[in-house]
Ligand binder design. Structure first.
Ligand code: MHO
Length: 210
């Protein structure tokens, strides 16, 4: 993958974090994703005891390929912020964090575009980023991990927690959930350069039994 690292980061909550992990992970320009807990004050949150935190996804992306605004628009297009508030306390709060004035302005632009398109004002908490607690490994790349062959082959090159930070694991997690397909993943890998790494990853993708 030919991305400029480190990328920019967007963090948000939009319901159960498994699905947006796969949705955003399927997108070209996204370097890596991870799920976790954010927005609250509870110390050392876990899935069973997240306290006042919300299930969130952290997405690192190359702004030369995809913009913060495009990802924020994708966030609103893929959940119903009017619906999930209040359910299970703050676990599924619609929540969007900004890290600086630029991200805050980009959010205002997306909201203005939505208004111009006649869309209702989203009932989303828009707040400055104040920390992220990564979730347990079994919640990372959740859909991918339901496929033993994919999981074993990826773990062989990305051992342990390295799998969570892998771009290929993010794409394959998207594939496992139906947000992308094998051809698109292979095209992206083939794009640009004929590297040994790209060839190796393409062979791996082709060998996976789903
Ligand atoms: N419907 C899912 C939600 C899990 S998500 C990580 C369940 O089985 O509880 O909140």
């Amino acid at each position: 993958y030919n991305y400029r690292e480190p990328g920019e980061v967007i963090t948000f909550g939009m319901g159960c974090f498994w699905s947006p992990d796969a949705l955003f992970g399927s997108r070209p320009g996204v370097i890596r994703t991870r799920v976790g807990y954010a927005g609250g004050k509870t110390e050392s949150p876990t899935y069973r005891r997240m306290g006042d935190h919300t299930e969130t996804v952290e997405v690192e992306f190359d702004p030369g390929v995809v913009s913060f605004g495009e990802l924020a628009a994708l966030f609103w297009a893929n959940h119903n912020p009017a619906n999930i508030n209040g359910y299970k306390g703050r676990q599924y709060q619609s929540l969007l964090f900004y890290r600086d004035a630029e991200q805050q302005a980009a959010i205002e632009n997306v909201l203005a575009e939505r208004r111009a398109g006649g869309l209702p004002e989203p009932d989303t908490e828009i707040v400055p980023f104040g920390g992220f607690h990564p979730a347990e490994a079994n919640h990372q790349k959740y859909y991918l991990k339901r496929h033993p062959d994919a999981r074993a082959k990826l773990s062989a090159i990305f051992p342990g927690e390295a799998l969570t930070g892998s771009t290929l694991a993010a794409r394959l997690n998207g594939l496992a959930k139906g947000f992308t397909n094998r051809e698109r993943i292979l095209e992206e890998l083939a794009d640009g350069r004929e590297s040994e790494e790209a060839r190796r990853l393409m062979a791996l993708v082709k060998s996976i039994k789903w």
